[in-house]
Design a binder for this molecule. Sequence first.
Ligand SMILES: [Zn+2]
Length: 729
Amino acid sequence: MKRMMLAGSALIALAGGVAMPALAQPAAAQVAVPNNVLLAEWTGPYEGVPPWDKVTPAPFPQAFQFGIDEQRREYLAIANNPEPPTFVNTIEAMEKAGQRLGRVGAVFGVMTDNMSTPQYEALDKEWSPKLTAAGDEIILNPRLLQRIETLYNNRASLGLDAKQTRLLERTYEYFVRNGAKLNEQQKAQLSGINQKLSSAFSEFNSRLLKDEATITPASAAEMTGVPKDVRDAAAEAAKEKGLPAGTFAIRNTRSAVEPVLTFADNRALRQKVWRAFVNRGDNGNANDTNGIIKQIVKLRAQRAKLLGYPSHAHWRMQDTMAKTPERATDLMMRVWPASVARVKEEVADQLAIARKDGLTRIEPWDFRYYQEKVRKAKYDLSEDEIKPYFELSNLVNGMFWSAGQLYGLQFKENTGTVPVFHPDVRTFEVTRNGEVVGLFYLDTYAREGKRSGAWMTTYRSRARLLGDDVVLASNNNNFTKPAAGQPVLISLDDASTLFHEFGHGIHYLLVDVNYPSLGGSQRDFVEFPSQVNENWLLTRPVLERFAKHYQTGQPMPAALVDKIKRADTFNQGFATVEYLSSALVDMKLHLDPNGNVDPDAFEKRALAEIGMPREIVMRHRLPQFAHLFSSDAYSAGYYSYLWSETMDADTWAAFEETGDPFNKTVADRFRTYLLSTGNETDRAEAYRQFRGRDPDVNALLKRRGFPTDGVVTPAPAAAPAQPAAERGR
Ligand SMILES: [Zn+2]
């Protein structure tokens, strides 16, 4: 629910069931809006911006309650309209409803994701279920359904254009899929389940945040081999945590942990840091999430049954390109064996080196360390060598430049001229063809109270119907903040993440639709624009211009660029297995028709079934799998990165075929058919318009350096969309 509201997308925002009061209430306009900073229209430049500088926890309860009541009045006015239903007085009116609550939700989402405190956590736990109930109230209103259904049944004779027809069909299907046709008793049951799920999601989040706020202490001797910038950041963290001078603290987040696993010569430290990270949420203490997960999986199975689906996965996959769990699983299993085979080769390469250190086998906490040694041996390439050229602000300029070349987007920093929620947040005015199209917020650094990983959100998406022309988009990363005056040097992996999230940003900055509900994307399409964008990082024009040595200012030497290129498919076994195992376990978990699972035991069994290499752990183990348990959004949907990647690799091939990664014709077609259209057209059809055919899985296999098999991907079936709050992988 919260995720959905972040989209500011009116209709889809309102999932969720309680019988509505039968009597019409006064129209919205007649009710005075209380003096509350969260309820006021956003003011200032860019069609109004969120008043981040004035946001505190105190006004939220009143704002939520007023927003919910106003939304109820707006929908009741539609449902109880004495006029016969028309597209305008029903569907369009629904698109316009709930905007104030959407704004409150957009602000709240940032406070819980980027700036969480115990007060916000408490608000989240209290209000998530209430917001869910408010959404359900709309979906489960029989009069509203009746109006939508009347229009739906007569859609051929209403004189609607293709987009309006698509919106009407999607709205109807959305209502039905979410329980609008259940009987009253079932509706009450459904709403109860949805509210319990909301509470469980909040609880999961807050426990995970607490485990991610823990640290692993280390001595100077243990930190041998760790690069200076990582050590400096760990020293800074130790200072914050009040540890004695000369000691180090390794935060329990991916960006802090991975460099230690890659470089620390001290095996015991690697093991300690690895254990803390992979056991987040799984320590049998107050932050343990297994009980919550058990409850979530059970509730989801009950809901699926109530709604008439064999499993949660079947229900969730309705509005996707893949359409069914089987098709998604088929794609995953087509890639899995090659990736496992590749891991065996990678481990053999590592062992050849590790034996010299007296190791007889590679443990999971050794993998990244020896992988780095193999990279050095095979390609004469080390992260250490790349990093001095990957200075964050240069790379940010590089991603902006790339978006300018491809899509004509121009970014001009205006930090300090608009409110931000934290002093580290930078802002940029975005123009295209001389016209202001957006404001881009960049929140770079990890901090306590910010969830881990990387993600993008829009505080406002473009929807011409609402007069929303200027997009407010954000990128959120968790790079380690350097000591004062030090540059931020990031790894190749982190740089890819930077470009990934920016790809989401580009997508939403370019989306140009009339109806808010046609602005989002299906879950398995949404990672396509972001993954494509990762490709431009390692192009020569970007590296030559923006990968400059942080001390000398010299561009990355051509020889190093060549080495990076040659090492392109290095370690793809590990990367693919780490990701795919998580995606396969997600799908298996949500295919269970009864949802009676013990998460730890289930995970072990599922991994044994697929033959998980023992040297690798899932990228997200279940106890910390926020994609699955912080909301419904990516549940039975983690596969979507791979689905999106088939389109991504095939799209990148289209650029490469021209010999120019910045080919203007291909970029124009990509923007016109696939990016700016949001979900106004069928996504599979849009892809065919772009490429002249369906995406070819071989492009993906080839890119990862796996053997190709000459089989062409089955055409993704047509399917319907969702909002803008996208998680990084
Ligand atoms: Zn993403």
